[in-house]
Each structure stands twice: as C-alpha cells, then as structure tokens.
Design a protein. Sequence first.
Length: 213
Amino acid sequence: MSATDFARRFLGTTRGQIVAFLRRGTRTVEELARAVGLTDNGVRNHLATLERHGIVRQEGVRRSPGAGKPAVLYEVHPDAEPLFSRAYAPVLTTTIDVLVDELSAAKAEELLREVGRRLGRDVGGQASGTIQERAAAAAAVLEALGGEVDVVHDEAGLRLRGYACPLSATVSRRPEMCRSVERLVGEVVGAPVRQCCEHGARPRCCFAVTTAA
C-alpha cells in the first residue's frame, strides 16, 4: 500500500474524519462530536489516541460568555501535517527529472551529492565511535527517514543493507537519487561509501562502507 493510499484510508475512518476537521482549524470536543456523529466521550477517546501518536494536540481554550468551564481547543500537530501531504513524492521526482534533463550528467551528480552532504550536516555530521558504531548511527538516520536498515559485517565487508527505501517513489523512477543518500551515509560514517542499491519497482538500499585505513 502506498503512503497516499494509507492516508486516504485513514482519512476515511472516524479518527481520520476528526483529523480532517482539525486540519481546517481548531475545534472543541463538542464541535467534533456534532461533526462526526459521536458522543463527546467517544470523541475524547479518539483524541486521546491521536494525542498519544503525536497527531493532534491541545491548543488553548475557548471561553463562553457565561460562567461555564472553558472548552479545550484541539488542532493537528504541525509535525503531523507531512503525514497527510501527497505532494512530496511527485514534486521531488519532477524536480529530479528537470535537474537530470537540463544539466550534464556530471553536474547533476554533483548537485545530488551536495544535497546529501547538506543532509548529513543537518543531522549532525560525522558520528562518534568506531566505524561499526558510526555505521549504526547512519542506519538510524535512514530509519528515521523511513527506511528499514541492518548493519551487516561479513566476508563482503561492512554494509548498510536495507529492506525498504525511504525515497522509493522517486528512486524507482530516478535511481540517481541514491547518490544523495550515498553522500549522506558517508557524511555520518566519516568514511568512503559506495551505493549498491537494488533499483526497480521496489528499491532496497545498500551502502558498502570502506573500513581500510
């Protein structure tokens, strides 16, 4: 199931309907209950679950003209908004299409590697510790971006072996994007890295780390 399909299915559930209303603006429990046809307590239960997952949060109160208790206002947590966007993959893919089509192969690769270098800087640069510990730190970065990665050390050397790709929607069409991730991994590991990714409809990450001094 694609991220777009997942978001669409979620927004079709009761919790998804609550989130959809909150994306339009802050709402009270009573307002949400009327909107989705539940009791106030039913909405509170859904909100509690959404809060635990960091999707919604309390954002102030609304005071009524009388002396009653102020009503708590809820909103979608700003950090959760990207979960519901369907624009990132097509915009990124089209950006890479234009970049690769308009520039020379060498210049396009240079820019993609620079993207990876800056991402590496943004996550803190080279990790500390042994080469294995730094490789584990790079794997953690890829998992934080949505990958699923193991660090493997065998007769083939030290590798970050992925079972999924955090940029699969783009990499399946533009495998050049792996150059950015290759540079990102190299920045965190602090050693030369060579991408050995599997491409195609379901790409899988693979990065070989040079361990020789």
